[in-house]
Design a protein around this ligand. Structure first.
Ligand code: FAD
Length: 422
């Protein structure tokens, strides 16, 4: 495994647009009908990059929501460091600049024999190639008492939108001196540093407005991504405010009491003023219903093309995919989507295929002037996706480096959302 320097990391993190496909050539061929299900990071990127490709295609993107709200940077909104509106992105760019047909509906059923997608409205869309990118679903019931109704009292806020706003309202109305309990999920889950970044940013909010409040993280795991970096940041910025209890200490998270607003572990019951319960996860429901997921709950794919190993002819990208050692992140979903778009375009045009380059990079903000970063490169040549290059910030970096990373994170958000949504 190689280790990247900070300079090389900067190149990777800023390189989201460099892999753009060449503009579509005008040919006399019949157009291939590409249907993409899910207008999140993975689906929107596949749709855009296929529409830009040299292949002759008609691209349709199915997404029930009128706008997409990013999970990434949503904890900055919880901290009061970003507006909710700044997280929202429309689909007009994809429609107007790239000619993608946007259908605001939910895909209800996939018929892989007839090659059609049935929509909740009753309409049926035929396809030549199908890409499925539904993100995640939650394993309700894995924590006793935590079902969909419970999310209205104990929000997960792990898909962005009303849940994020609800959690912010609860933080605002919480009394000073209360305990914010954050339940962190088992692996694999969306955004490995996410729960700990959220704890950091909620601590920042408390430091401003509720300095006697405490944060208790009840973890389903015994360690987490970037642990040393987070614990260093917590001791520097929020001494005595954040306590992390691993599963080996509590015996694991067993149940919630919604009315009592409490979380039960094997040995204790923890009462919360506000509880943010992030449950175990699996591929989005449509992927489960369509037979794309295996017993792990995620969708096995061929890493060269992101074609399903269970349903040939259907591709899966983003968090729903079981992509070897790749994290479930927006950056990774975007990288997978480009590989998938190239593979589909290559098979339609008969052009040469290249071994895919897959990346993940992440900025994690722990205070308004302190961010850390990670960048990971992957190889997919041996049939599995494995880490080949790795960079992670270090404990003890100087304050200016950390301040610069906050500025770079802002720039990344703007460039990345432009790359995804046009
Ligand atoms: C708090 C938090 C912070 C994060 N921070 C970062 C970060 O800093 N960097 C980073 O890279 N990643 C981050 N992530 C992770 C990132 O948000 C996800 O990995 C990414 O959104 C996954 O993209 P996706 O396309 O797979 O799923 P999504 O973006 O969730 O998109 C799925 C889409 O599919 C649609 N859909 C579902 N079912 C259907 C259906 N049946 N028919 C039609 N449409 C359907 C949904 O409406 C949704 O729009 C963070 C996540 C969280 C929760």
């Amino acid at each position: 495994m190689n280790c990247w320097t900070r300079r090389e990391f900067g190149c990777i993190a800023g390189a989201t647009c460099l892999t753009a496909l060449t503009p579509r050539a005008v040919t006399g061929q019949a157009k291939a009908r590409i249907v993409v299900i899910g207008g999140g990071v993975g689906g929107a990127t596949v749709a855009k990059y296929l529409a830009m490709s040299t292949a002759t295609v008609d691209v349709t993107l199915i997404e029930p929501k009128q706008h997409y709200t990013t999970c990434f940077f949503s904890s900055l909104y919880l901290a009061g460091l970003r507006s909710f509106e700044s997280l929202i992105h429309g689909y007009e760019g994809l429609a107007q600049r790239y000619g993608i047909s946007i259908v605001h509906d939910s895909a209800a059923i996939i018929d892989p024999v007839a090659k059609t997608v049935g929509l909740e409205s009753g309409a049926r869309l035929p396809y030549d190639r199908l890409v499925v990118a539904p993100g995640i679903a939650f394993k309700y019931g894995a924590i006793e008492g935590y079902d969909e109704a419970a999310t209205q009292t104990l929000p997960h806020a792990w898909t962005a939108g009303p849940q994020t706003m609800l959690l912010r309202q609860q933080l605002e109305s919480m009394e000073d001196g209360g305990v914010f309990v954050l339940v962190a999920p088992p692996n694999p889950f969306r955004c490995p540093p996410g729960p700990y970044e959220r704890a950091s940013l909620v601590a920042y909010y408390f430091k401003q407005y509720k300095p006697r409040a405490k944060i208790l993280i009840l973890d389903a795991k015994d360690n987490f991504f970037g642990q040393e970096l987070f614990q260093d940041a917590w001791s520097r910025h929020y001494p005595g405010m954040i306590e992390w209890l691993p599963a080996q200490f509590t015996g694991g998270i067993k149940a919630v009491d919604v009315k009592g607003r409490s979380v039960k572990t094997a040995g204790d019951t923890f009462r919360a003023a506000v509880a943010n319960v992030i449950p175990p996860q699996m591929a989005g429901q449509l992927a489960q219903d369509a037979g794309l997921a295996d017993q792990s709950g995620w969708c096995p794919i061929d890493p060269m093309t992101f074609e399903s190993k269970l349903q040939p002819g259907i591709h899966v990208v983003g968090d729903a995919a079981s992509a070897g050692e790749m994290s479930k992140s927006a950056f990774a979903s975007n990288s997978q989507a480009k590989v998938c778009a190239f593979a589909i375009a290559a098979s339609l045009t008969g052009s040469e295929r290249f071994p895919p380059h897959l990346f993940n990079a992440c900025f994690t903000i722990v205070a308004p002037d302190d961010a850390m970063s990670s960048a990971i490169g992957y190889q997919a040549a041996t049939g599995a996706i494995k880490i080949s290059d790795f960079f992670l910030s270090k404990v003890g970096e100087d304050a200016e480096t950390r301040r610069r990373l906050v500025r770079e994170a802002d720039g990344w958000y703007a460039a990345f959302t432009k790359d995804v949504f046009g």
